[in-house]
Design a binder for this molecule. Structure first.
Ligand code: IMP
Ligand code: MG
Length: 187
């Protein structure tokens, strides 16, 4: 099956934005900075962001949390499972939670509360993409890469049924009947 992917944000646009986000984070002068990447979708964004942070003069340490959420339409945090938890001590540290997309906000609200309960000095959220119209939890990102149209996007770490994480750009899959009119083929 031929699949066409329409580019929303290309490599250059992403690199510029990631570098600007690192500068913004550095302006906040974080103390004992710990970057916590929410697996799996944030792995490429987080990898680029910590290197941009280095160029902005920061010395972040890096951690990972893997959460799975399920049960569409359900409320609260009891439908979120921790598949892999942060191992480092977070007490009295400034934490940046890094995720690919802030959508309902349930997973990030859950992760933020968990780190706050463990005594973090602050927990801020850096989301590559924001879909504010889909929000269910009371959470907003402190640092946002791009406002995202209400489409299912892939690439730069984000998947559709485990595929397309490897794309160096962010795009959306164009259904095949639309591709004749819109001939932008994903490389
Ligand atoms: P929520 O904010 O708790 O609803 O979780 C958002 C998560 O759902 C993101 O971190 C992604 O892993 C996934 N997600 C939401 N929208 C998309 C999309 O358009 N493409 C790929 N993954 C998505
Ligand atoms: Mg995710």
């Amino acid at each position: 099956m031929t699949v066409n992917i329409h580019t929303l944000f290309d490599e250059d646009a992403i690199a510029l934005r990631v570098s600007a986000l690192a500068d913004e984070i550095a302006e906040g002068k974080p103390q004992k900075l710990l970057v916590v990447a929410v697996l799996k979708g944030s792995f490429i964004f987080a990898a680029d962001l910590v290197r941009a942070m280095h160029r902005s003069g920061l010395e972040p340490e890096m951690e990972f949390i893997h959460l799975s959420s399920y049960g569409a339409g359900t409320q609260g945090s009891d439908n979120i499972r921790v598949l892999r938890d942060v191992e480092s001590d977070v007490n009295d540290r400034d934490i940046i939670l890094v995720d690919d997309i802030l959508e309902s906000g349930r997973t990030l609200a859950f992760a933020r509360e968990r780190l706050n309960k463990r005594g973090a000095r602050s927990v801020k959220v850096a989301a590559l993409l924001d879909k504010p119209e889909r929000r269910k939890a009371a959470i907003s990102a402190d640092y946002v890469g791009f406002a995202c149209p209400d489409k299912f996007v892939v690439g730069y770490g984000m998947d559709m049924g485990h595929a397309w994480r490897q794309l160096p750009f962010i795009g959306y899959v164009v259904p095949s009947e639309e591709t004749a009119a819109d001939d932008k083929t994903g490389e």
